[in-house]
Design a binder for this molecule. Structure first.
Ligand code: ADP
Length: 458
């Protein structure tokens, strides 16, 4: 088993070595071929130059003598090739000794291959299209290179090897750096997953990656951690809330019944009524939970009909004026004029939504408060706002208020309720493709905003 960074580094380095070897091979083959071609061209030009020179000399002198063109010998000697001048009958006029060249090569320790194989080429010397003589040019390899040529070729090969080694070194450094860029965020995510599996939802990935997929992975794991944390808090609160909701009425019943059995309380009709109310309250809670179960199972069938939201909301508000009045709460209904607030929805269910929201306002707003209901249009939505200047909701409770049985802090448990109203509201609205948001400040008030999509409900 290897770590990602090690595996990636090995991969990078292996690819680099393969690339360097291939490049070296191709460059070497190309350089050698081109160089050899260059040398052959050079040699041919030299041959032509020698032949042309001798032709010129013959034209000038009209015959071959032992001195004709001997000045070429010096250059031939320096260039490590051997010249022999022959007349038209192929009889030597003058010639160089190949052994002098051989000795010179040995003395200079020239790394000429095929040093021992001496080859000659014969060229005709023509004047006025008539053969007047021959020149033989001999040398100790097919392409005879000067020391500079050999050094030049060697230095190219050396440069290729050095640049290959340097590239390998640089790539190794880069590969280590880049492979860490992959492996660090991944191992961070792996470490975080282990933490999550151990129930530690607080950890967050901190390493910033600029690779889109890794950044997405990190963000998803952070979101997952957030959701798990939320679910965990919810689960813990739900258990305590359920036990509280069930225990309270049972305690009341038990204490009162025990007191009656012990003869501490007389069994009176009022007491029995009181106890009966507790049983009814308990029954309501179970009923509400049942309603919720149906919404969550999406088994509730909605009866869609055309609803004019403006009239519909005004009607429900009217029912609340009396209760609001009892608590001296002022109800303001503002409807933006000249719009058609037409939706398709289930009247009974949507009525339940507004009843729940309005009753909460009455429950959580003190005497002399105010409830404002606004209806207006936006580009894609019809918006209903229900706001009050009541006791407000704590910031840390806001994410949970739509959850089952959530009632905020314990002090609110004095106020009647069971923490199901808003869960039902959210479920009904979801079935209508509508959304609900809440903003609140403790001591200042709360605002619920519902967005109904225009013409989307069928
Ligand atoms: P219930 O009202 O039966 O407790 P809800 O689900 O309707 O349950 O509301 C959940 C909680 O949200 C309430 O217990 C309360 O703490 C808070 N809440 C809802 N509406 C308001 C409001 N208008 N003002 C202040 N708090 C509110």
């Amino acid at each position: 088993m290897h770590s990602i960074s090690k595996r990636l580094s090995i991969l990078f380095i292996m690819c680099t070595i393969a690339a360097i070897l291939l490049v070296t091979l191709f460059v070497n083959i190309t350089v050698t071929n081109k160089f050899n071609q260059y040398m052959v061209d050079l040699q041919n030009k030299r041959y032509q130059k020698i032949v042309a020179y001798l032709e010129d000399v013959y034209k000038r002198e009209g015959k071959w003598t032992e001195d004709t063109g001997v000045e070429l010998m010096h250059e031939a000697y320096m260039g490590n090739y051997c010249l022999t001048l022959l007349d038209q009958n192929k009889k030597p006029v003058w010639g160089m000794d190949p052994n002098t060249i051989k000795n010179q090569l040995n003395r200079d320790a020239m790394p000429v291959q095929d040093k021992g194989v001496y080859t000659t080429k014969s060229f005709e010397i023509k004047v006025n299209s008539k053969i007047v003589g021959y020149v033989d040019i001999g040398q100790y390899s097919s392409i005879l290179m000067t020391e500079e040529d050999v050094n030049f070729k060697d230095s190219i090969n050396k440069s290729i090897v050095i640049s290959g080694a340097l590239t390998l070194l640089i790539i190794s450094g880069f590969s280590l750096y880049f492979s860490k860029q992959f492996s660090n965020p991944i191992s961070e995510v792996a470490r975080m997953s282990v933490n999550l599996s151990k129930g530690n939802f607080e950890s967050k990935t901190s390493i910033k990656s600029n690779i889109i997929e890794l950044k997405d992975l990190q963000e998803s794991v952070n979101v997952l951690a957030g959701k798990l944390k939320y679910q965990d808090t919810l689960r813990k609160r739900l258990v305590s809330d359920i036990s509280h909701e069930i225990r309270t009425p049972l305690n009341v019943l038990q204490n009162n019944l025990e007191a009656m059995i012990d003869g501490v309380y007389p069994v009176t009709i009022e007491k029995l009524h009181y106890l009966n109310e507790e049983v009814i309250r308990f029954g309501k809670l179970i009923n509400n939970l049942n309603i919720l179960k149906e919404f969550e199972a999406e088994s509730t069938k909605l009866k869609y009909e055309t609803i004019y939201l403006d009239e519909f909301i005004a009607e429900i508000c009217k029912d609340f004026y009396l209760d609001a009045d009892k608590k001296s709460i002022k109800v303001d209904l503002t409807i933006q004029p000249n719009h058609l607030y037409l939706i398709q929805g289930d009247k009974d269910q949507l009525k339940q939504v507004f009843i729940n929201l309005f009753s909460n306002v009455l429950k959580f707003t003190e005497q002399g408060g105010r409830m404002q209901v606004k209806l207006y249009e936006k580009i894609k939505n019809m918006v209903v706002e229900v706001s009050d200047n009541g006791i407000g909701i704590k910031q840390e409770d806001l994410p949970f208020i739509f959850e089952r049985l959530y009632r905020g802090d314990m002090s609110r448990h004095q106020i009647e309720g069971n923490g199901i109203g808003l869960t039902i509201v959210k479920n009904i609205l979801q079935l209508h493709n509508a959304s609900i948001d809440v903003e609140s400040k403790v001591g200042k008030g709360t605002k619920f905003t519902i967005h109904f999509p225009k013409n989307e409900i069928s």
